[in-house]
Design a protein around this ligand. Structure first.
Ligand code: G1P
Length: 301
């Protein structure tokens, strides 16, 4: 069976978005008409994922509520004849999705959050999708499907493998991301290693890890052995680098030009994401674009 399980870390505190995220998880922020976590889920569902394991933390209960069936709300909408609003609750494959939740009890970093999935994932390959990043406008991307195909293509049963999504970033931004040490070039390439948030001088490329990964379960062994790294946190990137250096096959796939990564971890990119999704909204976009032109004029633009 093809990979149908994704681990979605959503435990981060969202400190770069205060006060917005004081009592509201950043993954539940609205981007246009839907919260971020729903775009991530829809994107994964469209790539064949059917089981989602969220790694949560304090204050994240609204994510669980969002994906639960709200019988009272449904009954109310039915009773009052609001079929259209009822339809808004649906998305493709929703019926087949299974949701699981576990808590990262200590904030020890992204690598530690993924390690929290080990008792549930066991001995099967899986996807990791960071819950604060959306791929493609309105999540219209099948990058994870392409990554799973690359993971499964000609793989020997005992071979350790990983596939990682990358986007090219301006040189001065490499210090914000995990950066590839590429072995080959092209849209699909081999990796020799990875380095978490290097300085511009140290950076071996401008290919930034873009929040989507596929791993063989062997990654857990490397996560268990990973010491705190950048920022004093247990970094997923460091475990990946160790796994590659121990002989794992590592494949990088570049996002296409239409597959922009929308990161909602800071205000600058959250505002941009909201603006782009709202302006492109099929129902409200046209009116908003008109209004936006007027507002820009008021700003003298
Ligand atoms: C994390 C990863 C980093 C990756 C980034 C992508 O960093 O550690 O390697 O490039 O996500 O969104 P964070 O944004 O949590 O600092």
């Amino acid at each position: 069976m093809s990979i149908d399980l994704a681990v979605v870390p959503v435990a981060g505190l969202g400190t770069r978005l205060l006060p917005l995220t004081k009592s509201q998880p950043k993954e539940m922020l609205a981007v246009g008409r839907k919260p971020v976590a729903q775009y991530v889920t829809e994107e994964l569902a469209n790539s064949g994922i059917r089981r989602l394991l969220f790694i949560t933390g304090p204050g994240k209960a609204s994510i669980e509520n969002h994906f639960d069936i709200d019988g009272e709300l449904i009954a109310y909408l039915r009773r009052t004849g609001r079929e259209e609003e009822l339809a808004e609750l649906d998305f493709v494959h929703q019926e087949q999705m299974l949701y699981f939740y576990t808590r990262q009890r200590r904030q020890l970093g992204l690598g530690h959050a993924v390690l929290c999935a080990k008792p549930l994932v066991g001995d099967q390959p899986f996807v990791v999708a960071l819950g604060d990043s959306m791929i493609g406008r309105h999540a219209q991307s099948d990058i994870v499907k392409r990554m799973i195909a690359a993971f499964e293509r000609d793989k020997r049963p005992e071979e350790e493998r990983m596939v990682v999504a990358f986007e090219e970033v301006p040189r001065e931004e490499v210090c914000r991301y995990g950066i590839a040490i590429p072995e080959t070039s092209g849209n699909e390439f081999r990796l020799r290693g990875l380095i978490e948030k290097p300085s511009v001088e140290e950076a071996p490329s401008n290919l930034a890890v873009a929040a989507r990964y596929v791993f063989s379960p062997g990654i857990f062994r490397y996560l268990e052995a990973t010491k705190p790294g950048r920022g004093g946190e247990i970094q997923l990137t460091d475990a990946m680098d160790a796994m590659i250096k121990a002989g794992a096959t590592a494949i990088g796939i570049k996002l296409s030009a239409e597959e922009k990564r929308f990161d909602i971890g800071n205000f600058e990119s959250y505002f941009e994401s909201f603006l782009e999704f709202a302006l492109a909204d099929e129902r409200h976009g046209a009116a908003l674009r008109k209004r936006a032109r007027e507002i820009l004029k008021e700003f003298g633009e």
